[in-house]
Structure formats: C-alpha cells, structure tokens
Design a binder for this molecule. Structure first.
Ligand SMILES: Nc1ncnc2c1ncn2[C@@H]1O[C@H](COP(=O)(O)OP(=O)(O)OP(=O)(O)O)[C@@H](O)[C@H]1O
Length: 575
C-alpha cells in the first residue's frame, strides 16, 4: 500500500488540515457528555437555572464547532482523495503506456482496465474514509474510554473488559476480508475480460448463433462474482452484530453497577449519564468499524493489484530516453538475427541476415506462422532480437532513443485499427498537427481520397469504434494513409493490402514505389511481390530464398511452386 499511497504526498498540507479538523470535531464530541453531566448535576439536580443556561450555551457552541469542522473536513477529504485518484490513475496509465510488449502481454487487458477503474476507486474511497472517519472511529473509542475514566474510573472499567476479545475478533475478520475481496477483484477481472471479448466478437457470435451459449457463459462468470462477493460481505456482516453485542454487555454492566453506586451515594446521576453517553458513542464508532474494515480490506487487495503494475519490472535494455533525432537515411540491416518470444522457449526466427539500401522495397513471403510479423516487429523494437542485431539508419536499433526510432517508421499492422473520431483525426494520428492538404495527399497515395470525398461529410466523417462503419478495404487504405502522413523513412506493411482489389492494389503499389522510403511489405501475392526490388521467402523462421523475382524463379523450388499455383488460380478465376 506504501507505493500507492505515496501519490497522496503532494497533498500533505490539505491532509494535515483535514486531520486537524477531524481531531477538532472529535474533541468537541468528547467534551459534550461532560457538559451534559454538568447540566444535570450542577443545574437540574442543584436547581440552578443560571448553570443550566450557561452550560446550555456552551453545549450549543460545541455543537456548532463540531458541525463546521465536520463540513470543512469533508471538503478537504474529498478534494484530497479525488486529486489523489486522478494522479494515481495517470501514473498507472503512463506506466502501462511505457511497458514493452513483453511486459504488456503479462497482464490481460481486462485486468488493466479493472485496475485503472474500480481498483483506483477503492483506494480513493479508503483515503476519503481515512481522512473522514477511519481514524475518527478508533480515536472516538479511545477518547471515550479515557473520558469515561476521568468521569468515574470504577464504572469505566466495565467498558473496557470486553475489549481484548473484540480486538482479536477484528484482526481475524480483517485478514479474512482481505482474502475474499481479492477474490472478488479477480472475478471482476474475468467478467471484464469476457465482456470485452464478447463485444469485440459480436458479429462472430451472431454469425455462429452462439448468443445463447455466450449468455450462459456470462451467467456463470457473473454468478461466480456474485457468490464470492456474497461470501466476502457475509464475513463483514458478522462484524457489526458481534461488536454491538459486546458493547451492549458492557453497557448493561455499567447501568447495573452504576445504579448500585448511585444508591450508595458513590456516584452522581450526571456521571452515570455521561458514561452511558460515552458508551453509546463507542457503540456508534464500532458500527462504523464494519464499513471501515470492509473498505480497508478491499483497498488493500486493490492497492496490491495496482502496485503489480506500478512496480512491474520492465526489461528493455536501452532507448527509454535520449534526444529525438530525425533519422532519414533509411538502411535496414538484419545481422544473424534469431528471436524467441519472451516467456517461451521456441525460437521463431533463426539466423536471419539481409540488407536493404535506402528506398529499396522488400516483399516478404512465407506460409502462415513462418515468422513474417515477428521479423517486422523487431524493427520498431516491439521486441528485441534474442541474438544478432537489427540496424536502422546505420546503427543498432537499441542505440537510438525509442522516440527517434519510432518517429521515422510508418507501420500498417495486419489488422487495421482505427479510433473513434473523424477520418481527419485518424489520419493526423500519423503526424501531429498535419495540415488538411497533407492528409488529403497521403489519402490520395493510399487510394482512399476519392472515396472519402464521396462521404457526405468528407474528412469530417466520424469513424465508429474500431472503424465499424467502414469496409475492410477502406480501413486498410486509411491505415496506409495514416502511415504515409508521417513521411516515414522506413515503411512497414504487414499484409495490409489483403482486402484490396487487383486494380486498387496496383495503383497503390505505383504510389508506394515512388515514395522515398525503404519498404518492407508482407504479401501473399506473387503479382505484388514481383514488383519489389527483392523478395525474402521465409520457411519456419529461416530464410529459404532471397533475391529478385527472376532470381527466385531460378533458385527456389518453393517460390516457383507458389508462382505456378497462383498463375493457375488466376487462369481458373479468369475462365
Ligand atoms: N506473442 C507471441 N508469443 C509467442 N509466440 C508467438 C507470438 N506471436 C507469434 N508467435 C509465434 O511465432 C510464430 C511466427 O508467428 P508470426 O505471427 O510471425 O507468423 P506470420 O508468418 O506473420 O503468420 P501470419 O501470416 O499467419 O500472420 C508462430 O509460430 C506463432 O505461434
């Protein structure tokens, strides 16, 4: 909890003010029974109206102070807790953004969402309670006991007799509570993961008529969340009645022995009333305990989960900082590169070496799972090569700052990903502050400008979540335009033209050929690959062939087979 609550440090002054006000409210509250005792003993029983009025005004004054300090304390407590949760959320989000992919993959996305939302809310609530009632309740109990001893020590003893038992009971309950609430957060993670997956795959669920099956699965997951939450709350529900039972036993003892003392003249009525009043306040404080313990148990579980993110070790050798240089040369070199995904033991790339001069265009081909995407991911350092090195602009990628490196690379991923916003917003993602003509120019190269112009709102057309209102081909071309806006010196296209028709793809290729960028393009089509300067054919993570189309036709049996099969396919399609 230490790391999480260190984010409250910036609000030290406000925390001190809130705590001071809380103590003031508490002190006033503890003085009130004393004044009531005075009204009874010195005023009512002694028949002195002057004393009654004097102490009456004092009581009113104390109530006013308690009221005002209570309200001001609430103001500061909520200000501090809201600002704290804002800072904490920002820090967790920033940390997630800074993760290398290897670390990011260790956390399911739904788990990160729960941490950013409900876990942060839990610790925020506990900080608010801490400044408002969490300390107040135990202090009220301790203060009430102390004041009861001041009023009448013999009777006060009956208030503390049950204490050790109640404390042991509370300790056991807190431990259990933390355990069960941590289960509850895990269940919440699972539920989030499932909802996220289902909403993403809603078309698939409809197409495969899996709605009913998924609804049953959802009920099971939601059901286990319910069961664990009920279990956790049941533990908490036991706390209050047990505490109240213990306190009521004490109160009965106070009344019984207090009445005896009054009969024998050993105590005043006002004293007994004051001690009963303190006992009632203690009971009230105890009833707050169950809420506090519940919140504390949940916050402890939540803060541990948040700290998993904040304190995660993220191994990336270099490149986190450093100045941003504009890298424009554009050579790409792979030198004896082998690669194994972190946390696995199967090498997916073996001893890959090739060199691309600036502006050279490389087509990468290979069967599914042969390592094409894995190879491309090493250039922007989504992962680092396990052996050998990848060089760009004449230096090892690890020697550039990540910002410099990524600023000069344009990436079009295998699955086009667009964001909610306008088409313009999506395109300017490639280059912050890009002017409209730049966006339109890039869109024209990506063969999507005319289509966008035909939309009633043109570039201001809103794109739904993940581009739901666009076709697969339109999304692919917008993703390409987004990369081109950047004017990258290295352009990476990971099978990003699969949804384009032959004519559009040819026109796109003509534009890309003219682009001043070294290009690595995964493709399954020989017709596209043959236009590249070189072709790299991968087979099970190894280079099976490398050269021009003509060279590969001569040297690679596999390439020839692919070429022939695609030619036959085209003839079949034509016939
Ligand atoms: N994040 C990952 N963690 C572990 N293994 C992975 C990961 N991503 C891919 N792999 C494995 O690496 C191998 C190469 O996958 P890769 O995605 O590079 O192939 P590909 O040639 O791009 O395939 P496709 O044409 O289907 O996209 C596969 O065996 C795959 O199972």
């Amino acid at each position: 909890m230490k790391t999480v609550f260190s984010y409250a440090k910036s609000y030290k002054l406000f925390i001190a003010i809130a705590l001071f006000l809380m103590l003031l409210e508490l002190t006033v509250e503890l003085l009130q029974p004393l004044v009531i005792a005075k009204i009874i003993d010195d005023g009512i029983i002694a028949g002195d109206r002057g004393q009654i009025v004097e102490y009456g005004f004092l009581l009113l004054g104390l109530s006013a102070i308690a009221f005002l300090s209570g309200i001001t304390n609430s103001y500061f407590a909520s200000h501090v807790s809201q600002s704290f949760s804002f800072d904490l959320r920002k820090a967790v989000y920033g940390r997630i953004q800074s993760f290398s992919l290897a670390t990011f993959n260790k956390f399911p996305a739904s788990g990160l969402i729960t941490r950013l939302t409900s876990d942060v809310t839990m610790v925020q609530t506990v900080l608010f309670m801490g400044l408002r009632i969490m300390l107040r309740a135990p202090l009220l109990v301790i203060g009430s006991i102390a004041m009861a001893f001041v009023v009448n020590a013999e009777l006060a003893v009956y208030l503390v007799i049950v204490f050790p038992v109640l404390l042991i009971f509370l300790y056991v309950m807190v431990k259990q509570g933390v355990k069960y609430f941590s289960f509850v957060q895990q269940r919440l993670d699972r539920l989030n993961r499932m909802v996220q997956e289902n909403l993403q795959a809603v078309r698939l669920i409809k197409a495969y008529l899996r709605g009913k099956y998924e609804a049953t699965r959802f009920s099971e997951v939601a059901g286990s969340l319910k069961t664990d939450t009920v279990k956790a709350f049941r533990i908490m529900e036991i706390i209050l009645p047990v505490l109240l039972f213990g306190m009521n036993l004490s109160l009965l003892a106070v009344l019984w022995f207090g009445a005896g003392q009054i009969r024998q003249g050993g105590a005043e009525i006002g004293e007994l009333v004051a001690i009963v009043n303190y006992a009632m306040r203690m009971t009230g404080a105890f009833s707050m305990f169950s809420f506090i313990i519940m919140a504390f148990a949940r916050a402890k579980a939540s803060s541990e989960r948040i700290e998993e993110v904040l304190l995660a070790t993220d191994v990336r050798e270099k490149g986190e900082s450093g100045e941003t240089n504009v890298l424009t040369r554009g050579e790409v070199v792979f030198k004896n590169v082998s690669f194994t995904y972190p946390g696995t033991d199967r090498e997916v790339l073996h001893n890959i070496s090739f060199r691309l001069e600036p502006n050279e265009k490389l087509a990468i081909m290979g069967a599914t799972g042969s390592g094409k995407s894995s190879l491309l991911q090493l250039i922007p350092r989504f992962y680092d090569a396990t052996e050998g090195n990848v060089q760009i602009h004449g230096r090892d990628v690890k020697d550039w700052s990540l910002r410099s490196l990524r600023k000069t690379i344009g990436i079009v991923p295998q699955q086009s990903m667009l964001f909610t916003g306008t088409i313009s917003n999506n395109l300017s993602w490639g280059k912050e502050g890009a002017e409209q003509p730049e966006l339109a120019g890039a869109a024209a190269k990506a063969q999507i400008h005319e289509t966008v112009e035909r939309f009633p709102k043109g570039y201001e057309t809103r794109v739904g979540q993940k581009g739901v209102n666009l076709s697969g081909g339109q999304k692919q071309r917008l993703s390409i335009a987004r990369a081109l806006v950047r004017k990258p010196s290295v352009l990476i296209l990971d099978d990003s033209t699969s949804a384009l028709d032959v004519k559009t793809e040819a026109a796109l290729w003509e534009e890309l050929e003219r682009e001043h960028a070294t290009m690595l393009m995964v493709t399954q089509k020989i017709r596209t690959a043959m236009k590249a300067d070189r072709i790299l054919l991968l087979e099970d993570g190894r280079i099976s062939a490398y050269g021009t189309h003509q060279e590969l036709l001569q040297t690679s049996v596999l390439y020839r087979q692919i070429a022939e099969s695609q030619q036959e396919q085209e003839v079949d399609e034509y016939v």
